[in-house]
Design a protein around this ligand. Sequence first.
Ligand SMILES: NC(=O)c1ccc[n+]([C@@H]2O[C@H](COP(=O)([O-])OP(=O)(O)OC[C@H]3O[C@@H](n4cnc5c(N)ncnc54)[C@H](OP(=O)(O)O)[C@@H]3O)[C@@H](O)[C@H]2O)c1
Length: 267
Amino acid sequence: MSRRRQPWPWQRALVTGASAGIGRAMARQLAVANVDLVLVARSGDQLEALAAELQAGDSGPSVEVLVADLSTPEGVDAVAARVVADQDPVDLVVNNAGLGYEGPLVDQDPSEVAETIGVNVVALVRLTHAAVGAMAGRGRGQVMLVSSMASLQGMPMTAVYAATKAFITSLGEGLYEELKGTGVVVTTVLPGLTRTEFHERGRWDLERWPSVGWQDADEVAAEALRAAAKSRPEVVTGRLNRFFAVLTSKSPRGLRRSLIGWAARRR
Ligand SMILES: NC(=O)c1ccc[n+]([C@@H]2O[C@H](COP(=O)([O-])OP(=O)(O)OC[C@H]3O[C@@H](n4cnc5c(N)ncnc54)[C@H](OP(=O)(O)O)[C@@H]3O)[C@@H](O)[C@H]2O)c1
């Protein structure tokens, strides 16, 4: 079996949330470069179809499908076990699976609040913990944390989602420094509005959000993988998002909070 050029520094990547959106785009881009894959999500049929697509021909990568619900302890255990496995070890873990519901907290279903925190925070921490332990033992490896521009600012109407993402950005920043010298790198990715299934799943009213500055999942995936391959601590994807990230960092927190609150009330 002839292997194609491999521009990425990884042999095998585990991607959570690989059945749709940004995770599926990352899986496709990694597969083109013949990085072997472990695809994780709940939708087994979609993962199997993607695996068949990526393995097409006799020179494609090897692709495993791992069906798991990351909002449950059993699902997280199954994925953590694969992350630490010594056989066919994984040297890139992409913590991408995530969700967020729009609406005032008082109107939200407690089970959906728990699901958001469970997938975005609890599962992500557990898989990151498992990955950095196994990778530090081997002296190399990489973890990607898919956060959001929403992590830079408290967000009315998506307050729980934004808070889970603030947790992720903070976690990634701390771990990047903590792991220096171990051979393990954590890269945090901050996409802005991206065309995927995310908003429909979370019942977002897109009339309330800007129509400019959107990215495609392929663009976000490419920027994220490039930043990770360069061992960057953090990447904000998209030029407009980078402009807003700088603006956010330079403006007084109270002013930002008031402006965002005012804008949310007007919408
Ligand atoms: N789209 C945006 O505008 C945007 C902006 C900033 C950040 N992000 C972040 O980017 C990441 C990917 O989102 P996306 O836009 O690609 O969304 P998406 O199209 O809705 O895809 C979400 C993925 O997560 C998986 N997932 C959701 N709940 C899961 C669970 N309980 N267990 C296992 N897998 C689960 C889904 O698979 P199954 O349903 O098959 O399980 C799917 O593969 C998320 O972390 C999101 O917060 C997105």
